[in-house]
Design a protein around this ligand. Structure first.
Ligand SMILES: Nc1ncnc2c1ncn2[C@@H]1O[C@H](COP(=O)(O)OP(=O)(O)OP(=O)(O)O)[C@@H](O)[C@H]1O
Length: 261
């Protein structure tokens, strides 16, 4: 890519993304990229087009533009295939199987990733017992890595603390692994201690080589963890740069805070 010097090639690159809802232009000619072991923060005022940008990237909205994953064009690839290729996403709202335990939610994700036919049999105890035990071990390890302790694995998701629910959401999105993980406001509703755990988790994933794209309204969090920030305003790219550049960019201050510093 031009101007990236010795940077590794991007894992995910989007170019010219556009989304319209009827007459409303939610996203207009937006391009960005993210590399392995990098955190790209996406910020912007409410309604700026951040979620539409995720929908466009993961082919969950009718859109224009193009998307490349690991150098391969994936513009026409449907969302579930993108996930299988390693482009994964967590949503603003937690989405669990509320009647399953925390552990079984994770097992269900692993079973789905393992392929056809396994999911129904996993919940029949007389079949696939050893396979199920192996998946349970794997699920428990992933949950612990994402900060959901074993004491919570037998509970229903609605009965664990909200901060742990958010971590569970990220674990379920990540599954067995991701090349790119896109998170939509992971810190929404979190208090200080949970926010610190989340920051630690994001840094750990970056350390492991995951490319992270994080929409976030909590400026302290995103400015402290992101390597680069991409700013959207009214569907268009306003600025991109390192956190300290973005924090002192008068255009961003004007758009985001309603005044220049
Ligand atoms: N399904 C939809 N139908 C019609 N308009 C939509 C739809 N989804 C989003 N919009 C509109 O598109 C624009 C961009 O919305 P989007 O949710 O992408 O912004 P956002 O930056 O993620 O906002 P927020 O920070 O509030 O989540 C907004 O004006 C929104 O009202």
């Amino acid at each position: 890519m031009p101007g990236r010097g010795a940077q590794p090639p991007p894992v995910l690159r989007v170019e010219g993304l556009g989304v319209r809802y009827g007459a409303l232009v939610a996203l207009d000619d937006v391009s960005w990229e993210v590399s392995a072991g990098e955190i790209l923060g996406i910020i912007g005022p409410n309604g700026a087009g951040k979620s539409s940008c995720y929908d466009a990237t993961t082919n969950m909205a009718t859109r224009s533009g193009r998307v490349w994953l690991d150098g391969q064009e994936v513009t026409a690839v449907p969302p579930h295939r993108l996930a299988a290729l390693g482009l994964k996403r967590a949503f603003q709202q937690n989405a669990f199987f509320t009647t399953l335990t925390v552990l079984d939610n994770m097992v269900a994700v692993l079973a789905r990733e393992a392929g056809t036919g396994l999911l129904p049999s996993l919940f029949m105890p007389w079949r696939e017992a050893s396979r199920r035990a192996a998946l349970e071990d794997e699920a428990a390890e992933i949950l612990e890595r994402f900060g959901v302790p074993r004491a919570m694995h037998g509970l229903r998701p609605g009965n664990i603390p909200y901060g742990s629910q958010r971590m569970l959401s990220i674990a379920l999105a990540f599954g067995r692994g991701a090349r790119v993980l896109m998170l939509d406001e992971p810190a929404a509703g979190l208090g200080g201690a949970d926010m610190a755990r989340l920051a630690e988790l994001l840094r750990g994933l970056r350390e492991a080589g995951v490319a992270l794209v994080v929409i976030e309204h909590h400026m302290d969090l995103i400015m402290s963890v992101a390597d680069r920030i991409f700013v959207l305003e009214q569907g268009r790219a306003l600025a991109t740069g390192r956190p300290q550049e973005i924090q002192s960019d008068p255009r961003v201050l004007e758009a985001y805070l309603g005044h220049a510093a």
